[in-house]
Design a protein around this ligand. Structure first.
Ligand code: GDP
Length: 319
């Protein structure tokens, strides 16, 4: 924490950006955020200094980073939906891969110009393991992405290691699915909790989903943001798997959400639409966060049932 006065956050309009900004502001850090649209994101605290820009505009972003000379850089920007990466593979490559590398170089240049430590945190994803060769996955599990999103994230993950070898304090956080009431309904958990709440309130009839058998390691988003900050402030950069260590199927999530909402006889309300199935979809992602627990003193604070409970409660209140 000593000496950290300014942070630069990309992708601040997403779920994690709002939690990260809250956390950094609470630590007394001046937070600068890059946003694509220029609109004030829904959950982002007002004290964040917003800069409108496109991370893919390398020259403009580089000039902004040079001007701010931040102590910490958090790269949260991504085309964050695996499903969307099939529709726009080159945009996924540009944002999730190329732009991350350009930002690493920008951070490196600030560190050189000011002869100071700039901690870089890359938000990577369990999708880099794709259909993994072992379970649970660790930092040593081979990268084997199965979709454009995962392949682009794998490139940025590897380049974070390259910059670390070059001397940058760079960490890649291999984040497993992490959820909260701020999750967009484009993701399955929030789609489930918002629809279940609507069914409980009598404003929706059915929940239409794709693959119910996929198993994911679902964690609590604020815990994952805490891991990012711990990595930035650790003596050196490293790669970290951030996960709870337990996986649950999409079907498990559906059952838990209906139970939480007090809806029985829900099976008939759930329909599978083959159009929502993905060309390839990892069957079971489960992470072993031993390194983060040991080196960073990190631990998840909420487990599966509590996460479902918090999300359903919020959506019931909204419904
Ligand atoms: P991801 O793991 O980062 O792709 O997060 P998602 O929440 O988008 O998807 C998690 C899992 O839920 C994947 O295996 C999806 O195939 C599965 N899934 C099943 N039905 C749906 C759906 O209707 N929407 C989404 N987004 N995912 C679904």
């Amino acid at each position: 924490m000593a000496g950290v006065s300014r942070a630069f956050v990309t992708g601040a309009s997403g779920q994690d950006g709002s939690y990260l900004a809250e956390r950094l502001l609470a630590d007394g850090v001046e937070v600068h955020a890059l946003t694509l649209s220029g609109e004030v994101p829904e959950f982002l605290p007002a004290d964040v200094v917003l800069h409108r820009g496109d991370l893919c505009d390398v020259a403009a972003t580089r000039a902004l980073v040079a001007d701010l000379a931040p102590d910490e850089v958090y790269n949260l920007a991504a085309l964050s939906s695996v499903a969307a990466s099939w529709e726009d593979p080159d945009l996924s490559a540009a944002v999730n891969g190329g732009a991350a590398v350009a930002l690493l170089e920008s951070a490196w240049r600030v560190a050189q110009a000011h002869d100071k430590q700039v901690a870089f945190v890359q938000c990577s994803s369990a999708e880099i393991f794709g259909e993994p060769s072992e379970s649970p996955q660790t930092e040593a599990t081979p990268l084997r992405p199965v979709n454009p999103y995962g392949a682009a994230k794998a490139y940025a993950h590897l380049m974070t290691g390259v910059y670390r070898s070059r001397g940058l304090h760079a960490s890649s956080m291999v984040l497993y699915n992490h959820e909260s009431p701020r999750r967009s309904p484009r993701f399955v958990t929030r789609k489930i909790t918002s629809t279940v709440a609507a069914i409980a309130a009598g404003t929706a009839d059915e929940l239409v989903l794709g693959n119910l058998d996929a198993r994911r390691d679902f964690g609590w988003a604020p815990d994952y943001v805490d891991a990012m900050v711990r990595a930035a402030r650790h003596e050196q950069g490293d790669d970290y798997v951030i996960a709870t260590g337990a996986s649950h199927s999409v079907r498990d999530f559906v059952a838990a959400a209906f139970e939480q909402a007090g809806v029985s006889d829900w099976e008939a309300r759930v329909r599978v639409d083959p159009a929502l199935l993905r060309p390839t979809d990892p069957t079971d992602l489960r992470g072993d966060a031993t390194r983060a627990r040991t080196a960073l003193g990190w631990a998840p604070t909420l487990e599966f049932t509590d996460i479902v409970k918090r999300m359903v409660e919020t959506d019931l209140a909204l419904a």
